[in-house]
Structures are given as C-alpha cells and as structure tokens.
Design a binder for this molecule. Structure first.
Ligand code: FCB
Length: 469
C-alpha cells in the first residue's frame, strides 16, 4: 500500500509513493499504430473499409501506414525500455490472425509472438487486448456485432491466440471499450462499421459481452498464465444541479455507460432501470438462457479507461437525435468548468478518483487497473529536438496523484497505463490528435520522446510522484 514519503534510489523524496509491484505502463492498439495492412496475409477489417470511405475520418486519414510499428516494433520496444515501462498494453489484430475465409493465419500470429518475446527480454510485462475495434470485414458482412455468431467466432479466435501466446502474456483484455464499439459503431455511426441504428447498438452490447464470455472461457480452457480481464471506458457521471431532473439524467447516462456492462459482468444481470429506459427500442429478447452466466464468469482484474467525467442535465426542452446514448435524447452534456484538451475533453482528475472509489464501493471488484489515461495536445518538435508538452505532463501528473488518492482511500489499484506510447491514428480524428509520450513524424517515422515521456520515466524510476501544486 501507499506509504509515507520515502527516500528513493535517485535520492529525491517521493510524496506519493505507489505500491512496490505497481505496473507502470503505456497502451496502444493495433489499427492505430501497426500500418502494414496487407502484410503476411492480413485480411481487411471494418476500420480499413470505414477509413477508406470519403468523409468518415478527418483529413481522409487511414491506418494504412500509421506509425509503421509492424516493421519498427523492435525500436519501439527499445524506446519503452528507455522510458523504464514495466508493462505494455497492445492489441492483437483479429484480421491478422483470421484469414478472410475463416482459417488461422500463423504468419500473422508470428508478429505478436516476436513482440511478446521482445517485451519479456526487455523486462516489460505484455498485456494483450484481443479486440480493440478491428473486426474482420468478412464477419461484419455476415452481420457483425448485431449477429450472435460473431461472439462464438471471437471465442475461437481467443483460443487460437491463447494457444500461441498464453504462456507469456501477463494479462489479457478480451475487449477494449465495448461501449464505443456498440454505440459509436452501430448506434451513431461515427466509428466503424458506421451503422446508425440504436436498437442494433443494444444488440451489439449484448453480443460483445457474450464474446467476452466466450473469450474468457477459451482463455481459461487454454490454461493461460496471465489474468483475464477487459477494459471498460468507465465514467463518473455527475448531475449538473441537485434537482430530480438532473439526477435522473445522471442515473440514465450512468446506466448506459457503466452499469450496462458492470452489472452483467459482476452481478450476472442487466440493470432493471436500463432495460426500462431502452424498452421502446428493444425487448432484449436476444439475451438467451445461459448467456449471463457465461458473461459473469470470474475476472482476475478489471481495467478501466478514463479521460473525463460527464456532467449532465435534463433541461426539459432539449432533444439531441445524435446522442450515442439510446433513448437519452433529452439529456444535455456540459463541459466541467476549467481547461480542456485538444479533444475538447474536460480535465478533471477527481473523476478518476471517484470512478475507482465507486467501483470499489458498489461492486465486488477484482483488482483494478487504469488501462488508459492521457491527453491530446498539438505537440511540435522544436529545433533542439525536444517536445515541451507541459500540459500533457501536468495532466498525467494530476491523474497519477488522483489514482494515488484512490489507493490511499483503500482501492486495490495495481497499475496505470498512459494512452498512448506513441502518437497514432486517433480513429475518426485521424493523425491530427496526438496522445503519445513519444512524438511521431509521420513523414519520416522519426520518434522523439516528449518531455512528458521523460517525466513519466523519472516517476517510474522514483516509484511515485510529488503532490502536484
Ligand atoms: C479510447 C480508445 C483509444 C484511444 C483513446 C483516446 O477510447 O480506447 O483507442 O482512441 O480513447
């Protein structure tokens, strides 16, 4: 547990010291960094299709080349070692592993095999996410996440990856942020596959959770040595005013953001209020006997990704047909007062602390990890070869301090991963939004460690951070 200020090997006292075996990580996702979309038999994914369609991604950007990590992963692991990371969260691209006709592509798996070995050789714990949004296009053509069979296909894929990497991956995330896959991908269509059907999005929620269930069963059956988990975009939802209408809005959004996933996973049932709130869109008859038992199988850890809290109201006269929250057209979202990042996201570390405390208070949770946290800013390399990203450094500092506050208050938090290791393809925003600890010049693929990366490296070496002013 967090102790008092302690003298570290570097000689500087640390005020906020993290537990001894805390995982200090950074995270990425396959489609955002790998490039090489046709290498070694990789099949097309929904993100190849979506980003190639005009008007879907800012600037017409695609992941075709991205940061070329597929060819540069050794150098990137060297950079991770230079920062002193003790863990690295990457994702396996399903379309590298599954051939376009449903077979297994061993050549695609070989890439992850090498990556995992390189990480272990550098003393960095490999954390593998099986699904970070790149559904094979062939499965989307068969119905995608609105189709129940996709969940079973995911279980088969998990078994294949587990057979190859199960002896060396230290932690598994079956899914990353199923909320985004379902609501952004199938509900409002701003992510691949670009469908706009809120009833379909609710089906997708269930089939994604079912995929997690099948994936968990497959990982367990394969006898993987690493723990089994998934990463949710957990949020802290706050009413703007303390009125019945705003409190009801907060309850509704909390239901559709957090409890719609947490309750089936940790309590084996969908929340009654969420079923009622969405009754006009679906009767949930796609939930079959036995599904919830599969979904609620034991987790070894729960990973949460946190960027900003949600401040909501229900003014009574608002109607947003484009809301990603099915049936919540009357709810209005407000920025929290204060600065925002280049994404326009509010900076409020208390939301991270409160999220971790809430999970611990309301659920019987396994150990927690922050699997993503970070900020985009318009960074530039100056002629002296530095990136002075003071705002990102401050963001990370304050969020690490908030995570420490949660630990002090009794939360069993075992690790923290910065989003992201490298600048990368930020989905519908393209390359314009930079989240990395390491700057990437997309013309030359030159990497430059930012000041925030150096600062994070020092925090890792010290085992903690000072209390931010
Ligand atoms: C999360 C995604 C991640 C990245 C960050 C900024 O929702 O999991 O891939 O895009 O946001």
């Amino acid at each position: 547990m967090a102790g008092p200020a302690a003298q570290t090997s570097t000689g500087t006292p640390v005020e906020l010291r993290f537990p001894k075996n805390f995982w200090w990580g950074a995270a990425t996702a396959a489609y955002q960094i790998e490039g090489a979309v046709r290498a070694a038999g990789r099949a097309p994914s929904i993100w190849d299709t979506f980003s190639a369609a005009p008007g879907r991604v800012a600037g017409g950007d695609t992941g075709e080349h991205a940061t070329d990590h597929y060819h540069r992963h050794r150098h990137d692991v060297d950079l991770m070692a230079e920062l002193g990371l003790t863990a690295y969260r990457f994702s396996v691209a399903w379309p590298r592993v599954r051939t376009g006709t449903g077979g297994v592509n061993q050549a695609g798996l070989a890439f992850y095999d090498r990556l995992v070995d390189d990480l272990l050789a550098a003393d960095i714990q490999p954390v593998a996410t099986l699904y970070h949004w790149d559904l094979p296009q062939e499965l989307e053509d068969a119905g995608g996440w609105t189709h129940r069979d996709t969940a079973a296909r995911f279980g088969e894929y998990a078994a294949v990856v587990a057979a190859r990497l199960g002896d060396r991956v230290r932690m598994w995330n079956t899914l990353n942020e199923p909320w985004c896959s379902a609501f952004l991908g199938y509900g409002i269509g701003v992510h691949a596959p670009g469908r706009r059907d809120q009833a379909a999005a609710l089906r997708a929620v269930h089939h994604l959770l079912l995929a997690h269930g099948h994936g968990t069963a497959a990982l367990r059956a394969a006898g993987v040595t690493g723990g089994v988990s998934l990463a949710l975009n957990g949020g802290t939802v706050r009413p703007r005013r303390d009125t019945p209408a705003d409190r009801a809005a907060a309850r509704r959004i909390d239901g559709l953001l957090n409890r719609i996933f947490l309750d089936p996973l940790l309590r084996g049932a969908y929340p009654a209020d969420v079923l009622a709130d969405t009754a006009a869109l679906t009767d949930w008859s796609f939930v079959r006997d036995g599904d919830l038992a599969l979904i609620a199988a034991r987790l070894d850890a729960l990973c949460v990704n946190y960027y900003q809290p949600d401040l909501v109201s229900d003014p009574g006269d608002h109607h947003d047909p484009g809301t990603p929250y099915p049936g919540a057209e009357g709810v209005r979202f407000h920025p929290t007062p204060g600065p925002v990042t280049a994404m326009g996201w509010s900076i409020d570390p208390t939301g991270l602390r409160d999220l971790l405390l809430r999970l611990t208070r309301d659920y019987d949770v396994p150990p927690l990890y922050v699997a993503e946290n970070g900020a985009a800013y318009p960074d530039e390399v100056t002629p002296d070869g530095r990136v002075r990203d003071v705002e990102r450094l401050d963001y990370l500092h304050r969020h690490l301090a908030a995570a420490h506050d949660a630990i002090t208050a009794g939360v069993d938090l075992r690790g923290y991963f910065v989003w992201s290791l490298l600048d990368n393809f930020e989905w519908a925003y393209g390359y314009d939004k930079r989240f990395g600890l390491i700057h990437v010049d997309y013309r030359t693929q030159r990497r430059t460690v930012k000041d925030s990366g150096r600062w994070y490296g020092r925090a890792i070496a010290r085992g903690g951070v000072d209390r931010p002013r």
